[in-house]
Design a protein. Structure first.
Length: 141
């Protein structure tokens, strides 16, 4: 388990940018945290750390955004997914076979469908812009 105490959005992005060096193809990152916790901010740092400096925004309505990194990064928002049929309609299971990194916001909505080796990233809001980021995964974390 790895824990980081962030003082704000820039610190969160910088931490995620550094963490990107530990990621490998086929990693699945399941984010937990309330609205405004900093999940998209974290993914912005990941994308930059993986080599994509394009604008990162929450895929709330698109469900998934693709970032052309090496490996590719697919950024999901599962907030509106309420059934297994909804999940199938996103193509989620096909993305698991792409050798990309998957970053999944609102992973709680699809908990039962996450692969066995999923890395969980929980972001908890503190006072003001402070956040506690806890990562639970394999030996890299």
């Amino acid at each position: 388990m790895l824990t980081f105490h962030s003082s704000g959005a820039l610190a969160t992005e910088n931490f995620a940018r550094e963490l990107a060096a530990k990621l490998r193809p086929d990693d699945v990152l399941a984010f937990r945290g309330g609205l405004g916790a900093g999940k998209t901010t974290f993914v912005r740092g990941l994308a930059e750390g993986l080599g994509d400096n394009s604008e990162v925004s929450s895929p709330t309505f698109a469900i998934v955004h693709e970032y052309r990194c090496n490996p590719k990064l697919y950024h999901f928002d599962m907030y509106r997914i309420t059934s297994l049929d909804d999940l199938y309609s996103t193509g989620f299971f096909d993305y698991l076979e792409t050798s990309a990194i998957l970053a999944i916001e609102w992973s709680e909505m699809i908990e039962d469908a996450l692969p066995e080796n999923t890395t969980f990233i929980t972001i908890t809001a503190g006072e003001g812009d402070q956040r506690t980021i806890t990562i639970v995964g394999d030996e890299r974390f």
